[in-house]
Ligand binder design. Structure first.
Ligand code: NAD
Length: 541
C-alpha cells in the first residue's frame, strides 16, 4: 500500500507535552479485526436483549467507577476542563441508563395488522446488521464514541471502533473500559490511527458504517460505501444560527448566546456559529455581549477546580481554519469588537460585526471561538438568513412569545431548535438529534439512536395455504370477478362502490336458471360473510 503506519503520540494541546503513544493499526490488522468480529457476531446477536442489557449495565458501572480517570485523560488529550469532560460522562451515562431501560421495548418483535389476509400472523423483528464500524471525532471523544457503540451493541451488533487520531489517549482509555467487562470484550474491538486507518476500516467492508465527523470526510466515506452499497450513517458539521427577536429577553439571549458560542472553545457541532438580531434590539444585544465576554477567563488547568471559561484549541488544523475565517471576514469588511488575538493554542472569545453571507465565517463551519453578529430587519429576514446555509443541524430562537418562537422554529431548516436557550437540547438523552441538509443522516439520542443499528425483518407466519384464504384463492385463474368484488366491498369509498358486487350479481342472475341462482346465492352469502369479516378486520386494524 506504500503507506507508513506507525506510532500515534498522545499530545496535550495546552502544554504541547507528549504523554504517551499508541501503535497505529495496519490495514492487515484492521482486516483481521473485522474478520474476527464477524466470526463472533452471531454469538452476540443470539443473546436476548435483556441479556445484552445485563452485560452492558456492567460497562455503565465501570464508567461510573472510572469517572476521575476518564476526565483526567480527556483533559490532557483534548484540553477541555475536567468539568467539561465530566459533562461528557454525564451525558453518556444518562443515555446508557435510558436506553438500557427502554431497549427491550424498542427492540421487541411487533405484530402487524393482517388486513385481508387474516388466516396468518405478521410480525416485524429488528435484526442487527452484524459488524458495525463506529468512527469518531475529537471534540467529544468519549460521548461521541461510547453511546453509539453501546447502542449498536444493544441492537445486537458487534462493533469495530476507530477513535479520532487527535485524541488517541481517550480512544485507548475507552478500549480499556470495555476490556474491564470480560463478557463484553470479545464483541468490541478498537483500531487506533488516523484517516488512513479509517479508510482501511471502510475498505474492510463492515456491515454498516457510522461516522461522526466533518462533512468533508462524510463525502469521502459516502463515496466509498456507495461502491459496495454498504449502509452509511453520518453525523456531520453544523453552522448553527441564533435568532434574537425584538421581544426577547435580550440580556439572557446575550449571556447564554455567548456561552453557546464559546463553550468548548466553540469546538462543537452545535455551537452558536451565526447570530441574527432584529434591528430594534441589536445595539442592546451587542453591548451586553461585549460586557459578557469581558468576564471570560482563558486558560488550562488539569485540576477539578478549574477557574477558566475557555480552554485551548485542541489541534493546529482548527487554529488554521479559525484564522482563515477571521482574515477572510476582515478583508471583506468585518470588524472585531472583542478578542481576535491568539496566543499559541489559546484565543479569547472573538466578537465580529459588519459580517455578511459572502464571508466564510457565515457560510463554512468555523468550529472555534468566533461569534459573528448580523443585524436582521425583522423576523422574516432573520429566518431567511438562518436558512441560507448548506448545513441544518440545530438553531436557537429567542422571544418572550413562546408560540411565536415555535412558529419561527417550524420555518427553520434544521433538525433541532432550542427556544430561549442555546445548546442545552443536547444533554436531553431521549430528545432526537439529527441534522438536515449537509449535517448528516444519522440519529443520536433516543430510540432512533438504537434503532438505526437494526434492519427490519418481516415475518409472515402460519400453516400452509388454506383454500379459503384470499391469498390462496387469487393464485388460481378464474377469480377475476371475485377479486374485484372483494376490492369493491372492502375498499369502496361510496355506497355504490361497496354494493357493486351485489348489483352485479342481481343483474347477471336475471337470466340464470333457478338452481344456478340458488347455488350462486349460497356462494355469494358465504363470500359476503367472508368479505364482511375481512372488511371488519381490515377496518379494525
Ligand atoms: P474529521 O472528519 O476530520 O474526522 C472524523 C473521523 O473520521 C476521525 O476519526 C478521522 O480519523 C476519520 N477519517 C478521516 N478520514 C477518513 C476516511 N477517508 N475514511 C474513514 N475515516 C476517516 O472530523 P473531526 O475534525 O475529527 O471532527 C470535527 C467534525 O465533526 C466537525 O465538522 C463537527 O461538526 C463534526 N461533529 C459532528 C457532530 C454531530 O453530531 N453532527 C458531533 C461532533 C462533531
Amino acid at each position: 500500500m506504500g503507506i507508513e503506519f506507525n506510532q500515534l503520540p498522545f499530545m496535550n494541546p495546552a502544554t504541547g507535552e507528549q504523554f504517551g503513544a499508541v501503535a497505529m493499526a495496519t490495514p492487515q490488522e484492521v482486516c483481521n479485526a473485522r474478520r474476527e468480529l464477524g466470526a463472533v457476531a452471531p454469538t452476540w446477536a443470539a443473546k436476548p436483549v435483556k441479556e445484552r442489557v445485563r452485560i452492558l449495565r456492567k460497562l455503565q458501572a465501570v464508567v461510573i467507577d472510572a469517572i476521575d480517570e476518564i476526565t483526567t485523560v480527556i483533559n490532557q488529550d483534548n484540553g477541555k476542563s475536567r468539568q467539561d469532560a465530566l459533562a461528557e460522562v454525564i451525558i453518556t451515562v444518562d443515555k446508557l441508563h435510558q436506553y438500557y431501560k427502554r431497549a427491550p421495548t424498542w427492540l421487541r418483535r411487533r405484530s402487524v395488522p393482517p388486513g385481508l389476509y387474516f388466516f396468518r400472523r405478521y410480525y416485524t423483528e429488528p435484526r442487527p446488521y452484524g459488524v458495525v464500524a463506529v468512527i469518531g471525532p475529537w471534540n467529544y471523544p468519549f460521548e461521541l464514541i461510547v453511546p453509539a457503540t453501546c447502542s449498536a451493541l444493544l441492537a445486537g451488533n458487534v462493533v469495530l471502533v476507530k477513535p479520532s487520531e487527535v485524541t488517541p489517549a481517550t480512544g485507548v482509555m475507552i478500549e480499556k473500559l470495555f476490556q474491564r467487562v470480560p463478557e463484553l470484550a470479545p464483541f468490541v474491538r478498537f483500531v487506533h490511527g488516523d484517516g488512513r486507518v479509517g479508510a482501511a476500516l471502510v475498505d474492510s467492508k463492515p456491515d454498516l458504517v457510522f461516522l461522526t465527523g466533518s462533512t468533508k470526510t462524510g463525502r469521502i466515506v459516502a463515496r466509498k460505501t456507495a461502491e459496495t452499497l454498504t449502509p452509511f450513517l453520518c453525523e456531520l458539521g453544523g453552522k448553527d444560527p441564533m435568532i434574537v427577536l425584538e421581544d426577547a429577553d435580550v440580556k439572557a439571549a446575550a449571556k447564554w448566546g455567548v456561552w453557546g458560542a464559546f463553550y468548548n472553545t466553540g469546538q462543537m457541532c452545535i455551537s452558536v456559529e451565526r447570530v441574527y438580531v432584529v434591528a430594534e434590539v441589536y445595539d442592546e444585544f451587542l453591548n451586553t455581549v461585549l460586557e459578557e465576554v469581558k468576564q471570560y477567563r482563558i486558560g488550562y488547568s488539569p485540576d477539578i477546580d478549574n477557574p477558566y471559561h475557555m480552554g485551548p484549541f485542541t489541534l493546529q488544523r482548527q487554529v488554521d481554519i479559525v484564522e482563515d475565517h477571521l482574515q477572510d471576514a476582515l478583508k471583506k469588511g468585518a470588524r472585531v469588537l472583542s478578542g481576535g488575538k491568539r496566543d499559541g493554542m489559546f484565543m479569547g472569545p472573538t466578537v465580529l460585526v459588519d459580517v455578511d453571507h459572502s464571508m466564510k465565517v457565515m457560510q463554512e463551519e468555523t468550529f472555534g471561538p468566533l461569534m459573528p453578529i448580523m443585524k436582521a430587519q425583522d423576523e422574516t429576514h432573520a429566518i431567511q438568513l438562518a436558512n441560507h446555509s448548506d448545513f441544518g443541524l440545530s438553531a436557537c430562537v429567542w422571544s418572550s412569545n413562546l408560540r411565536r418562537a415555535q412558529r419561527v422554529a417550524e420555518q427553520l431548516e434544521v433538525g433541532s431548535v432550542n427556544i430561549n436557550d442555546a445548546i442545552t437540547h443536547y444533554p436531553v438523552s431521549l430528545l432526537p438529534l439529527a441534522g438536515f441538509k449537509l449535517s448528516g443522516n444519522a440519529r443520536t439520542h433516543g430510540e432512533g439512536e438504537v434503532m438505526q443499528f437494526t434492519r427490519m425483518q418481516s415475518q409472515a407466519v402460519g400453516v400452509p395455504p388454506l383454500p379459503v384464504d384470499l391469498a390462496t384463492i387469487m393464485r388460481a385463474p378464474g377469480h377475476y370477478k371475485l377479486g374485484s368484488a372483494v376490492l369493491h366491498l372492502a375498499f369502496g369509498r361510496t355506497p355504490r362502490q361497496r354494493l357493486q358486487p351485489i348489483t352485479a350479481f342481481v343483474q347477471e342472475n336475471e337470466v340464470a336458471p333457478k338452481v344456478g341462482k340458488a347455488v350462486t346465492a349460497v356462494g355469494l352469502t358465504a363470500f359476503v360473510m367472508t368479505a364482511a369479516a375481512a372488511l371488519f378486520r381490515a377496518r379494525k386494524s
